[in-house]
Write a protein that binds this ligand. Structure first.
Ligand code: CA2
Length: 164
């Protein structure tokens, strides 16, 4: 079944938007290469594969990106809006607790935003607890390791009515 908002739309089935964005913030390019005791051994390339295979089960395509630069992440959020993405998953990493600009960009989206963290940020230092992104996120997943990305996409698919 197509996402509810698109079921009676002007799109023919072939041109129906079906792309989700998966965005990753600073230092996540180092996944699997540093601090494996905290973040595990999977690399960001492994995470991208996991996201693509999970999304494919629901007929969804993936735009997968990582940047160490706040403005680049904001540009991808704008792109998600312009390209009519059907949802967005974001691990804002260090920008989680600092970036009002990422929050403002996410507020411009009309599709569900899912926030994901590999670690349980609430079991870590208090400065990691207060997320700006959570103010706009429809759901937040943390502490499941990189498997959280698959859970985020599965939950997003359920929210938009994309069936396996
Ligand atoms: O648990 C998460 O996914 C975090 O978003 C990761 C961020 C951290 O600032 C958040 O509080 C929680 C840090 C990302 C750093 O990524 C690295 C990965 C491998 C090695 C070193 C850093």
């Amino acid at each position: 079944m197509r996402p509810a908002a698109l079921r009676y739309s002007r799109y023919s089935p072939a041109e129906m938007p079906n792309t989700i964005y998966v965005l990753n913030g600073p230092n996540l390019n180092l996944l699997g290469m540093r601090e494996p005791e905290l973040y595990g051994r999977a690399t960001l390339a492994d995470v991208e594969k996991l996201c693509r295979s999970t999304a494919q089960r629901f007929g969804l395509g993936v735009e997968f990106h990582q940047s160490n630069h706040e403005g680049q992440i904001i540009d991808w959020i704008h792109q998600a809006r312009a390209e009519k993405a059907v949802g967005l998953v974001i691990n804002p990493a260090g920008f989680t607790t600092t970036s009002i600009s990422i929050l403002d960009a996410l507020y411009t989206l009309e599709v569900p935003v899912i926030e994901i963290h590999i670690t349980n940020i609430h079991a870590r230092e208090s400065f990691r607890h207060d997320s700006y992104v959570s103010k706009v996120a429809r759901a937040v997943i943390c502490g499941f390791g990189v498997e959280g990305y698959a859970l985020a996409i599965t939950g997003l698919a359920a929210l938009i009515g994309a069936k396996a």
